[in-house]
Design a protein around this ligand. Structure first.
Ligand code: BG6
Length: 480
């Protein structure tokens, strides 16, 4: 349905942007922070730079918050680094780490910016990894509980919106890439035990938030890539539904309904998988009622029927930014992923599909009837400073314009969306491509090859977004 008029955004809609500690902070060995697993992981991703300096937000957070305020931000979504709060297993919290986040939060609040805080965005302390074998051992549940309770007690007077675990679904689906999987040979079965332990950590965080934070609200942050069926062939529709289940719906259903859905129970039975659900687990989960969904969405996918006797093909991510490297997976009898000939792609083969945003928000509304906040959405690109010392990122502006417009349409359709926080505020490290894949509204003057002066240079998209915020979305152009 087309609307005659521009979509309108609610009053008090939260306009901001997003980041994650390990990708933006740097200062990895400062003020008592210990090493995180992701630090070691990022060092392996040569020729890209690691996270030891990143955007140096740790030292420049005041300048960054000032830039947010100048653009009229009313929200900022960021994450807390666990190894800054508990650097070792002594059980003693690190006051200097707490001080840093207190200062950041105070600075945001002083500028009228609502903090939206992720508790876990991939920076597990090495000591946790060593003691509990990452997410494989249930010992992590108490360690995580201790960490999140400390955060709620320390920051809950000013932070009312919390996100528990970033993209748990993607951490399981791409276990290798995001560092959760330790034994690739048995990941097919192990992942469901690991996932269950993560679910229990998530449940503990939800319960503790409600217990400790007055008016605190907490939700999960699924990484959403909606699947369309390739054709009207009925089997393609079922394949798309299977793909949705195995990449995102199982997690969303679990979080919203507080029980495993029928699809996954059948799947475990068929494949002889024991997720190790113990007495008391589901009673704990039943108490963990989420308040909203954080939504990360950049792109869409397409699925088609996969014949039972076809050849299995694992997914091959594009890790270089050279178009055409992505390898479409095939899971015999379940689904095959395929190309969408109706949309363009980025250099990393990510589909540029603003309509997916509207589709997804409606889908989530229809299934779960919960409020939503966009916590990530954005355009990753190769970028350099122009000869005039500026960055004219017209492609990002076009991308964001069309995406936000579709958010507006979804709101008109009835989706309860209360904020939009694109990825990312400043340039920061991408998960695999360092500074070579930039997302920021603000350019950071540094490269993978050479550490430069880390100057903040607002891109054209920053000034464009400022106008969007100022007009509460009325300056958006109707997509062609
Ligand atoms: C999200 C993650 O999935 O995608 C971010 O939460 C990540 O941490 C973002 O940076 C973009 O992905 P990438 O691989 O381009 O950095």
């Amino acid at each position: 349905m087309h609307f005659k008029d521009q979509p309108t955004f609610p009053d008090n809609f939260l306009w901001g942007a997003s980041s994650a500690a390990w990708q933006v902070e740097g200062a990895v060995a400062e003020d008592g922070r210990s090493t995180a697993i992701i630090d070691l992981n990022s060092k392996k991703k040569k020729p890209y730079t690691d996270n030891s300096i990143a955007a140096d937000h740790y030292h420049k957070y005041k300048e960054d918050v000032q830039l947010m305020a100048d653009a009229g931000f009313t929200s900022y979504r960021f994450s807390i680094a666990w190894p800054r709060i508990y650097p070792d297993n002594s059980g003693v919290q690190n006051q200097l780490g707490i001080d840093f986040y207190n200062q950041l939060i105070d600075e945001l609040v002083a500028h009228g910016i609502t903090p939206i805080v992720t508790l876990y965005h991939y920076d597990m302390p090495v000591w946790v990894d060593e003691e509990f074998n990452g997410w494989y051992d249930r010992g992590i549940i108490d360690a995580f509980d201790q960490y999140v309770r400390t955060c709620f007690n320390a920051f809950g007077d000013r932070v009312k919106y919390w996100l528990a675990i970033n993209e748990q679904n993607m951490q399981i689906v791409y276990g290798d890439w995001l560092g959760v999987c330790k034994y690739p040979e048995t990941w097919f079965e192990d992942k469901w035990r690991v996932n269950h332990i993560m679910n229990l950590c998530h449940a503990k965080a939800v319960i503790a938030c409600h217990e400790l934070v007055e008016d605190g609200k907490i939700g999960p942050v699924p990484g959403m890539v909606p699947f369309y069926p390739e054709s009207a062939k009925p089997e393609d529709q079922i394949a798309a539904m299977n793909a949705e289940e195995l990449t995102e719906k199982i997690w969303n259903d679990f979080n919203a309904n507080r029980e495993y859905n029928g699809f996954i129970k059948r799947y475990w039975k068929e494949h002889d998988i024991d997720p190790d659900i113990r007495p008391g687990d589901m009673e704990l989960v039943a108490q963990a009622k989420i308040d909203f969904f954080g939504i990360n969405c950049y792109r869409s996918n397409v699925a088609k029927e996969s014949p039972v006797d076809s050849q299995r093909q694992e997914i091959g991510l594009n890790k270089s930014g050279k178009k055409g490297e992505f390898v479409y997976p095939n899971y015999p009898g379940i689904f095959a992923q395929t190309v969408n000939r109706f949309v363009e792609t980025t250099d990393w083969d990510w589909e540029i599909d603003p309509v997916a945003m509207r589709y997804l928000l409606r889908y989530m509304e229809d299934h779960y009837h919960l409020p939503m906040v966009i916590t990530e959405n954005g355009y990753g690109a190769h970028e350099t400073l122009g000869e005039d010392g500026k960055v004219h990122d017209q492609e990002r502006i076009a991308f964001l314009n069309d995406q936000i417009y579709q958010v507006g349409l979804a709101i008109e359709d009835g989706a309860k969306v209360f904020g939009y926080n694109p990825w990312s505020f400043t340039d920061l490290l991408s998960t695999g491509n360092g500074m070579a894949k930039r997302y920021g509204l603000v350019y950071i003057n540094t490269t993978d090859e050479a550490l430069l002066d880390l100057r903040r240079i607002p891109k054209d998209s920053y000034y464009w977004y400022k106008e969007v915020i100022h007009s509460n979305g009325q300056s958006l152009k109707r997509p062609e």
